[in-house]
Design a protein around this ligand. Structure first.
Ligand code: SOE
Length: 389
């Protein structure tokens, strides 16, 4: 449905929020957003916690069966469950729908939410094909549509970014980035993500490489311009899946539009690594190094006088300082980053323009890079990225 036809949305009365949520991450609106969730798994739990922290009203949830929906409503503290997505979309009181379902369902569900005139948060990967992601971006219109690239909301990621934006770090020279996990290490480890019918053509790269490439571009302010990749599937059979084609690990050489070089390593079979996203960017004046498992510090590398900068609002650029929710020395982490993302999404629904909010266009960008990486690994050649944003 074209944007002018959207029967609702943030500025058309009915379900719209009134008055600002105060911007930033504090969320202090005159009416709390009324939200619904699609999906009943681990991510639904994380989204619900973040929505509650942003003072949303948790109205309803729908999962894959009526029993699961009722259980999720009870467990996560929603007022009710819905019998179907259609029933949820017919509820005029809902401002924002969070989609937390398997990857191949995202395109259709997000399109339905937008067509119903509701704001949407859709899990990554936004879609499993570039054309579906392009269609979603075209359908957003005046609504707010975001993708939880939540690592952007770690204060020390913002600090790293601010150092490149301000020129302090100099020109981007090289990028050393990896995202390693071990939860699919064993042949008995299994999950819907390994199945391309539910997860899509790419698994490890779409699931966690998408976070990595988003962060590389977000922090450097640069764009990947070409990729040369190779991939590996360790197990073609797992406990309840056979003929698995999705990758367990991917290695990529990248070049950027500014001429920087880099490598990305993504694996879900790296023993001892849980969510070890590491991003190191060497600028011509200094390097920055961020480790998602140690998010309270940023390594700032210099020829002389390298430091481990602490997450202390007094020592950070403004965009990093605004995301500090507890005093330095008391650790904040993943859920805080998620909470900040959701609060900024609701602020955007309310008319604010939060800095660095990952929108559907950013989701599309990650889908484009994922596609190029898979194409490269399959063809055994460099793949040039287009010049699209
Ligand atoms: C599983 O690999 C997963 O939950 C991802 O889907 C998330 O995006 C990542 O943040 C943690 O790991």
């Amino acid at each position: 449905m074209a944007k002018s036809e959207s029967p609702g949305g943030p500025s058309s009365g009915g379900s719209s929020l009134s008055g600002p949520h105060g911007g930033g991450v504090s969320g202090s609106g005159s009416r709390p957003p009324r939200i619904a969730v699609v999906g009943g798994g681990f991510m639904a739990e994380v989204h619900s916690r973040a929505a509650r922290a942003a003072r949303a009203q948790l109205v309803g949830i729908v999962s894959s069966t009526p029993e699961k929906s009722a259980r999720a409503a009870e467990a996560l503290g929603f007022d009710r469950s819905y019998g179907s997505l259609d029933e949820l979309l017919a509820d005029d009181t809902i401002d924002v729908v969070h989609i937390c379902t398997p990857n191949t369902l995202h395109a259709e569900q997000a399109a339905a939410v937008l067509a119903a005139g509701k704001n949407v948060v859709c899990e990554k990967p936004l879609t499993t094909t570039v054309s579906d992601a392009e269609a979603l971006v075209a359908a957003v219109g005046p609504l707010t549509a975001t993708v939880p690239f939540v690592y952007r909301f770690h204060p020390m990621v913002r600090e790293a970014r601010a150092r490149f934006r301000s020129g302090e770090a100099g020109e981007v020279l090289s990028i050393n980035a990896s995202y390693l996990q071990d939860w699919l290490l064993g042949v008995d480890d299994d999950n819907w993500r390994v199945d391309s019918a539910q997860g899509g053509r790419s698994r490890a790269f779409a699931d966690i490489g998408s976070h990595l490439v988003d962060l590389v571009e977000f922090v450097s302010g640069d764009r990947v311009s070409r990729v040369a990749a190779t991939k590996k599937t360790v197990f073609s059979e797992r406990a309840s899946h056979s003929g698995i084609t999705t990758e367990d690990a991917v290695a990529v050489v990248i070049e950027t539009r500014s001429g920087a070089l880099g490598t990305l390593l993504v694996s879900q079979v790296a023993p001892g690594r849980k969510n070890r996203l590491y991003l190191e960017i060497a600028g011509s004046a200094e390097s920055v190094g961020f480790d998602q498992e140690q998010p309270e510090t940023l390594w700032v590398g210099k020829r002389k006088g390298s430091i481990l900068l602490p997450r202390d609002a007094d020592q950070l650029h403004a965009d990093a300082a605004r995301l500090c929710v507890v005093p330095a020395g008391h650790a904040q982490g993943y859920q805080d980053a998620f909470n900040a993302f959701v609060a900024d999404t609701y602020a955007a629904v309310d008319g604010a323009e939060p800095e660095g909010l990952p929108r559907f266009a950013d989701g599309l960008r990650a889908v484009r890079v994922t596609d190029a990486v898979l194409d490269s690994a399959e063809a055994g050649t460099w793949i040039e990225m287009g010049t699209e944003k």
